[in-house]
Design a protein around this ligand. Structure first.
Ligand SMILES: [Zn+2]
Length: 404
């Protein structure tokens, strides 16, 4: 089962009855957290058994199903707390600070035509929430294959979970093998025995990381006398950084998936799990792995949603092996991979060819094979290139797919 949370804004203010519900919900969650900590339980059912009766007595009119989902929220807070505790992170007793509420799919009604949510608050009292529906939202509301999951209501927005069964991945007719680097995805596209180099560039992500890193450094120095402010400002910088990078990663992933979908390609990626570099701390930060891991996550998730097969292969030695004669190089090389057998190609592309061959050897590349004679050295297909001076938000020109 795949779940996709879609954020809606509300038309107009939240009705004030709903605010009462929020406060009750928060109270219920926080008391359940306390009960759970005392009794050392985290499951929704155990919490319900322990605390339901008292709550019912204290809030006799609250809608019973909301109470149960309050226990569920408390359960997930407790689970996170326990995980942190086990890792040895010192942390205070958790509590929910902001106003929010969650409703299970039987506990609300959404009219998918009009975009109006009917949310029961207590016996005989319902509120109507009118959602602002854009074209993007229509895509989800009108898709009959999607069923409704839980609803999360926040003071200024609503998150609706849409669910669907994972579609069966299509049978691939070609393969797109990509090596993930700090500033680009580089790889090869293979159809039958024709091989072309492909590239999706995202140089601005490293720039954004650098810029926010510098800002945090500056803030820490400037606010050295006030650690609380410094921490808050740094956290804000971090959130901004994540948003800006996320946005770009989604664009890159979308172009890659569009390409793969149109050509019925299986996507081959390196498995970044357990990837540890032995570089210095400073370099480690600069080459931080999370944008790359995040990009893989986005690609995998979206591919699953669209039924595009994704293969993850072990990247060991992929940048040092010659795909023709299988020699492994141990010396450091420049940007180009050169082998005694005469094979020479861009180092990143070479790595992706090795990933592809691993995928082929496992019978996972849809009848494609790597034919070095058919490799078109002079052709480069651009999957994604940011528009110049791309500090700005999307402008619709970024996913240029074609031969350049
Ligand atoms: Zn060789």
């Amino acid at each position: 089962m795949l779940i996709k949370g879609v954020v809606f804004r509300l038309e107009g203010e939240l009705p004030h009855e709903a605010k009462f519900l929020f406060e009750d919900f928060r109270l219920a969650v926080n008391s359940a957290i306390r009960v759970g900590l005392q009794a050392r339980v985290t499951s929704r059912n155990a919490l319900t058994r322990l605390a339901y009766k008292d709550f019912r007595a204290e809030h006799p009119r609250m809608y019973a199903k909301h109470l149960v989902s309050a226990f569920e929220v408390a359960g997930s807070v407790l689970k996170n707390h326990r995980r942190r505790f086990r890792k040895g992170v010192t942390c205070r007793t958790p509590f929910v600070k902001r106003l929010m509420m969650k409703a299970e799919n039987q506990a609300y009604k959404l009219n998918r035509k009009s975009g109006v949510i009917d949310l029961p608050i207590m016996a005989g009292c319902h509120v109507q929430l009118k959602l602002i529906v854009s074209q993007y939202h229509r895509k989800y509301l009108d898709d009959a294959a999607l069923s409704l999951g839980s609803l999360t209501v926040l003071p200024d927005r609503v998150i609706v979970a849409f669910r669907k069964d994972a579609p069966k991945p299509f049978v691939s007719e070609s393969a797109l093998s990509l090596d993930t680097n700090e500033r680009s995805l580089d790889g090869v596209f293979v159809e039958g025995d024709v091989v072309k180099a492909v590239k999706a560039e995202f140089p601005d992500i490293a720039i954004i990381q650098q810029r926010h890193h510098d800002r945090r450094k500056r803030l820490q120095k400037k606010k050295a006398h006030d650690r609380r402010t410094s921490r808050n400002l740094c956290r804000r910088e971090g959130t901004r950084e994540h948003h800006r990078i996320d946005h770009r990663l989604h664009q890159v992933a979308d172009s890659v998936l569009k390409f793969a979908e149109e050509r019925k390609s299986a996507i081959v990626l390196e498995d970044l799990k357990g990837f540890k570099s032995k570089r210095s701390k400073e370099l480690n930060r600069r080459l931080s792995m999370w944008p790359r891991r995040k990009l893989h996550q986005i690609i995998e998730y979206k591919a699953q949603w669209k039924g595009i097969p994704v293969l993850k292969v072990d990247p060991r030695n992929s940048s040092r092996t010659c795909p023709i004669c299988r020699r492994i190089k141990y010396s450091r090389m420049g940007p180009e991979f050169k082998c005694e057998c005469g094979w020479r190609v861009d180092g990143h592309i070479n790595a992706s060819i090795n990933l592809l061959q691993t995928a082929i050897s496992k019978g996972m590349a849809g009848g494609s094979w790597f034919n070095p004679g058919a490799f078109q050295h002079d052709v480069m297909m651009t999957l994604y290139a940011p528009s110049r001076g791309a500090r700005s938000e999307p402008n619709g020109t970024s996913d240029i797919v074609g031969v350049t």
